[in-house]
Design a protein around this ligand. Structure first.
Ligand SMILES: *Cc1c(COP(=O)(O)O)cnc(C)c1O
Length: 496
């Protein structure tokens, strides 16, 4: 049996297996691993998938991308998606109005969509390590804007042979996210609050992978680095599953006709989730537009609309912190698929000048495939209230950004196609913003603690808070210290 191979966006001579790509996380010259071809599904495949459970769908899709045996992959899927999810179908779809299909991706243990990938990644990684006979220890390094950190900690806690260190921007995450991470259990977990923003954390962690002192000490102790950020192929590939799954459901249940196109709208930060939607489209989901929704950090809106990626701009802290990003790492993968020979020049420009511009052909393709828009802070809150008042349905600020941009798209274009909107977090993860949106009460003099907020929100909305969040109330805080971004290398050396 022959398996799909992977190359690097920045070095076409690289040709490795999925297992190796998952172990390495990022290519030595700084490129990202991409499949050398994208598998295709037929209409009949989607109909067949619609009859199956989420786990079987995950198996069927992932086997196209991974060089795992049947038993290996079955074990990964079974260990990842089970009772740890509050929804028996793992993912749920809620239809609002005539055309919005809310794809609820947050029924996992940490109440954000990151669980969809991070509950399975540890199993994919240990399987890959075993295949390669790696006998040392692995240290997973994660930079997070909030949700990845907790989801990675939960996925990797107490997994044999693995340690995990998470770095998050001290003031760039919600109180609930902070509490979730600070109370993390497990003997193999390390959590660091960093003074700075997400890009500081991400750059700090990226630099660790090439720091010679750290590399030497790790080698000496037989410790090997990997990443759980969405630059790891093992993060991306499980995300393709739920778009294929959602389309199969809509097709199977007759909500859309056989030849009907759909839109997929994704509230976007690091470009991982929407890239997974792009792969699903390339695999055969008939997508009219991939709708890329940004918050006030609207660098991707500008890029898709103008072809110019310019990071020389102000960074904003918003109520949708998981999207507060100026360098969307996974965009490199999309650009690679569009124009592999240009990548090195563009990313040299980005490094040296903070900007690059793509050519006309790429611009046109981007316009054909994507619609991009953004949503400011007031509109985010207004949208939460509007959706609640209209449909009695509570959404979090990230999902609200997606909902608003998809509504803007409908109004501007008149396109009434069914639209899957990725619902990326449970609203209780961002209680303060949701509460303000519903009540108009944003008086900073009377801040409520997270748990009083939960009680209030449950009273107002009659939507129950997930148990995994209420349980945090009784857990002791384990990680209190705040670090300077220059201390990231020392922090890692200490763990080694
Ligand atoms: C991570 C995250 C996003 C952004 O996803 P990307 O894959 O980084 O684009 C959006 N919403 C929530 C709630 C998230 O946790």
């Amino acid at each position: 049996m022959s398996f799909l191979n992977y190359t690097s966006t920045r070095n076409p001579s690289i040709n490795i297996s999925a297992a190796e790509a998952i172990i390495k996380g990022i290519s030595a010259e700084g490129g990202l691993f991409v499949p050398t071809e994208i598998p295709k599904l037929k209409k009949s495949d989607f109909l067949a998938l619609s009859e199956k459970s989420y786990n079987s769908r995950a198996y069927d899709v992932l086997k196209l991308f991974l060089d795992f045996s049947e038993t290996e992959l079955q074990n990964c899927v079974t260990n990842a998606y089970g009772k740890n999810f509050a929804a028996s179908d793992i993912v749920e779809i809620v239809k609002l109005g005539s055309g919005a299909y809310m794809l609820e991706l947050w029924h996992g243990p940490t109440a954000a969509f990151k669980d969809m990938a991070l509950q399975i990644l540890p199993h994919m990684l240990t399987t890959s390590l075993k295949k390669f006979g790696v006998d040392g220890k692995t240290l997973i390094l994660v930079a997070t804007s909030g949700d990845t950190g907790k989801a990675a900690l939960d996925g990797f806690k107490d997994i044999n042979g693995i340690n995990i260190a998470v770095f998050y921007p001290e003031d760039g995450v919600s109180d609930m996210q902070k509490l979730q991470m600070a109370t993390q259990e497990g003997a193999n977990v390390h959590v660091f609050a960093v003074k700075g923003n997400f890009d500081d954390c991400q750059n700090g962690v990226k630099a660790v992978f090439t720091n010679s002192e750290i590399i030497a000490k790790a080698a000496e102790n037989n410790i090997f680095f990997s990443s759980a950020n969405s630059i790891n192929w093992g993060r991306l590939c499980p995300q393709i599953v739920y778009y294929i799954s959602a389309y199969s459901d809509m097709l199977g249940q007759g909500q859309i006709a056989k030849d009907e196109e759909i839109n997929i709208c994704v509230p976007t930060g690091n470009f991982g989730n929407i890239l997974a939607a792009y792969y699903a489209k390339e695999m055969g989901v008939p997508v009219k537009k991939l709708i890329c929704a940004s918050n006030t950090n609207n660098i991707l809106t500008d890029f898709i609309n103008t072809g110019i990626y310019d990071r020389n701009r102000k960074f904003y802290t918003t109520v949708s912190p998981s999207m507060d990003i100026l360098i969307s790492s996974n965009l490199e993968r999309l650009l690679y698929h569009l124009s592999p020979e240009s990548i090195n020049q563009w990313f040299t420009d980005l490094r040296e000048k903070g900007r690059f511009e793509v050519d006309e052909t790429v611009k046109n393709t981007l316009h054909n495939w994507f619609y991009a828009g953004w949503c400011n802070e007031d509109d985010t809150k207004r949208t939460i209230k509007e959706v609640f008042d209209t449909y009695d349905y509570l959404i979090d600020p990230h999902t609200a950004v997606g909902y608003k941009v998809s509504e803007d798209y409908r109004r501007k274009t008149g396109d009434k196609s069914a639209t899957i909107i990725a619902s990326t977090a449970n609203p209780y993860k961002f209680g303060t913003a949701v509460y303000e949106a519903l009540t108009g009460n944003d008086n900073p003099d009377t801040p409520m603690n997270e748990f009083a907020l939960i009680t209030e929100l449950e009273r107002i909305s009659a939507n129950a808070c997930p148990e995994t969040l209420t349980a945090i109330m009784n857990k002791p805080i384990r990680f209190k210290e705040v670090f300077d971004k220059s201390e990231i290398p020392q922090a890692v050396l200490k763990i080694l």
